[in-house]
Design a protein around this ligand. Structure first.
Ligand SMILES: *[C@@H]1O[C@H](CO)[C@@H](O)[C@H](O)[C@H]1NC(C)=O
Ligand SMILES: *[C@@H]1O[C@H](CO)[C@@H](O)[C@H](O)[C@H]1NC(C)=O
Ligand SMILES: *[C@@H]1O[C@H](CO)[C@@H](O)[C@H](O)[C@H]1NC(C)=O
Ligand SMILES: *[C@@H]1O[C@H](CO)[C@@H](O)[C@H](O)[C@H]1NC(C)=O
Length: 602
């Protein structure tokens, strides 16, 4: 394999080029982008803001180190300190039962950093703008439910996810107030309230956010009857409307602010041609810096990225859609940044199935992993319902094509064959011979083409022209490879936790949010990738660029594994859910504004 990194010739080039830099900065974006040929060799970003010898990824890794250290330094070691950190960050007293929660967490050696629970507050805050009786009613009216009464959790649903969630909640049931939990049985999230309405709820919620006088605080939750009657003043609320429009972008974008690119951009309805893909250097991609993801949280939001409407199957045609505009409390395992579902750890994570964890291979030493290929991906061609007229908009198809030497070589023809739109390779090439290089560096293939609709199954003639399904590779065997790209399927990718717990590096591209997001630091515990994948070749080129870089990769693999062992254990999931459900128990309680735990202040 050729070394993708050639610093010395490049250095000479820089000296001459530096003189031009100032002028270039003044040119239009299209021209400046073409000028950043430094990315061809992997050493670049000079003249902007970083050290001339540094690759932009070096800067991201340095920032991540700092962010991670700063986060850890906020950890608290006493109940009083945890309560103080709570009040400071949340603007309310902790919920009743906070002392029991703290005890539960510390008995299980949890690291207590208040920020780790941020997701709970993002999810629940709008509900402070909804009447408690209405939230309870909406939960009761939902088909799939877990009921908690008198410290016991139960369900009448035998759906296997409900059973797994029940098993999870039973580990903490004795600490929970009475409640009904509505559970999403689907892969796809359910609730997408228009931004304007969330704004109203958030403003109402803000008015309730205060530190109540200690004397006025009530410290015990209300109890609920076994099946509560609908209160009079809500019997006129019409039942929740469910929408089944398969073009999910139309549903998704209403969660974005009115002036956002997602709301303003023209809606694409023709997916029967190669889509437009914004360059990783586009100034509109505010989550990118010098071609790589600099703000991972922002990278998973879509409101500033309207081209994603034709680059992610979920926006084009999910397998199933059942969505509502009403702010109702539905719990589920993953969601888009703008969905209003309430996140629980996904059942896949609680059940720790070998298929998704490959625990047997998870501790293979870095040094004994394969030299070639360095990256592996296997998966089904999911992402939604792919059809002859839309598959070009599917992320997994794009990713597999980007790792196919034949397809890459064909793309060099002028004009390229009209079948694919791949990210522009000029800005991220680790080598002149991308096709040859990729053949050596990666092993990426579908295991099934997944055309389930009538007339096409199982032949899938429209994608079979370009892709050949390969043998699946068990997770434990995938861990023989150093880099593990992780791409969204029909919704989030359930192998992520298994990847994090392994000694390989997860390279994560997603639009889905999960319970654990606030406790992971991109470039420290995993490598973030843009959902267009325009940075993929550059990422791989960086890590395969010599022994020093290989050690950096090993560092991320081990840091992710070590961290997952401290903050992503099943114990941590239970601790998260206990905190979540104490908060949920409060927000559905008629006395919620005065409910709190103030044991440290009395
Ligand atoms: C990281 O922290 C070190 C030490 O506090 C500081 O010198 C450095 O500038 C920081 N780097 C970044 C990228 O924030
Ligand atoms: C990342 O983006 C989010 C959302 O826009 C923003 O709130 C946050 O401050 C950004 N983080 C950094 C480190 O810039
Ligand atoms: C695939 O098969 C369908 C149904 O038999 C046919 O209508 C279509 O033209 C075929 N497409 C290609 C690309 O071969
Ligand atoms: C790579 O692309 C060629 C041409 O499209 C195709 O025949 C081959 O099956 C592809 N390989 C894989 C693993 O999909």
């Amino acid at each position: 394999m050729r070394s993708p990194h050639r610093p010395s010739t490049f250095r000479r080039f820089i000296v001459a080029a530096l003189l031009l830099t100032l002028t270039i900065e003044l040119l239009p974006e299209s021209i400046t982008r073409a000028f950043w040929v430094g990315h061809l060799t992997g050493a670049t970003s000079w003249g902007r803001k970083h050290d001339i010898n540094k690759h932009p990824i070096d800067a991201q890794i340095q920032t991540a180190e700092n962010e991670s250290a700063a986060k850890l330094s906020k950890s608290t070691r006493t109940l009083a300190a945890a309560a103080a950190a709570y009040r400071k960050r949340r603007g309310r007293h902790p919920p009743p039962g906070f002392d029991k929660w703290y005890e539960f967490a510390t008995e299980r050696d949890a690291i207590i950093v208040e920020d780790f629970w941020d997701q709970i507050y993002q999810d629940l805050e709008p509900f402070w703008g909804v009447q408690p009786a209405k939230i309870r009613k909406d939960a009761r009216d939902f088909d799939m439910r877990i009921q908690i009464r008198n410290g016991k959790a139960s369900t009448s649903s035998d759906w296997f996810w409900t059973q797994i969630w029940l098993d999870m909640i039973q580990t903490i049931e004795h600490l929970l107030p009475d409640m009904d939990l509505a559970l999403n049985p689907m892969d796809e999230p359910r609730v997408m309230v228009p931004w304007e309405e969330i704004d109203v709820h958030m403003k109402k919620a803000a008015k309730t956010r205060r530190i109540v006088d200690v004397e006025s605080v009530v410290s015990s939750f209300s109890t609920l009857p076994l099946s509560e009657e609908a209160p009079q003043d809500h019997s006129d609320i019409p039942p929740v409307q469910w929408e089944h429009d398969k073009h999910y972008w139309l549903i998704a974008r209403r969660g974005c602010p009115p002036n956002s690119p997602a709301r303003q951009a023209q809606v694409i309805t023709d997916f029967d041609k190669p889509p437009y893909i914004a360059s990783p250097f586009s100034l509109s991609l505010t989550h990118m810096e010098d071609g790589y993801v600099a703000n991972y949280t922002l990278s998973t939001d879509f409101c500033h990225q309207p081209d994603l409407q034709a680059l992610e199957g979920f926006f084009v045609e999910p397998i199933s859609v059942s969505a509502t505009k009403s702010l109702i409390p539905v719990f589920g395992g993953s969601k888009l940044s703008r969905n209003n579902d309430i996140l629980l750890p996904a059942p896949i994570y609680w059940s720790e199935e070998e298929r998704f964890f490959g625990a047997e291979g998870a501790s293979i030493p870095w040094a004994s992993k394969h030299k070639h290929p360095s990256a592996i991906w296997r998966g089904v061609a999911t992402g939604g319902r792919n059809r002859e007229t839309n598959w070009r908009a599917f992320q997994r198809h794009r990713f597999v094509a980007m790792n196919n030497a034949t397809i890459l070589a064909a793309q060099e023809a002028k004009p390229p064959p009209p079948n694919f739109a791949l990210p522009d390779r000029r800005y991220a090439l680790p080598t002149d011979d991308l096709a040859g290089w990729i053949a050596d560096a990666t092993d990426v293939a579908f295991t099934e083409l997944a055309c389930s609709h009538e007339g096409f199954s199982p032949s899938c003639n429209y994608t079979a022209l370009y892709f050949s399904p390969a043998q699946g590779v068990p997770m434990a065997a995938q861990f023989q490879h150093k880099y593990l790209p992780d791409i969204d399927g029909n919704s989030f990718s359930g192998r992520y936790l298994g990847f994090l717990r392994s000694t390989s590096v997860p390279v994560k591209a997603t639009l889905f949010r999960e319970w654990h997001d606030a406790r992971l630091v991109a470039w420290k515990h995993f490598v973030p990738m843009d959902t267009r994948f325009g940075d993929w070749w550059g990422i791989l080129g960086y890590f395969l660029g010599g022994e020093g870089r290989d050690r950096i990769g090993e560092g991320i693999a081990l840091a992710g594994r070590e961290w997952a062992g401290r903050v992503l254990r099943k114990e941590d999931m239970a601790i998260y859910v206990l905190r979540l459900l104490l908060e949920y128990g409060r927000v559905i309680d008629e006395r919620r504004e005065v409910l709190g735990w103030v044991g440290d202040l009395r």
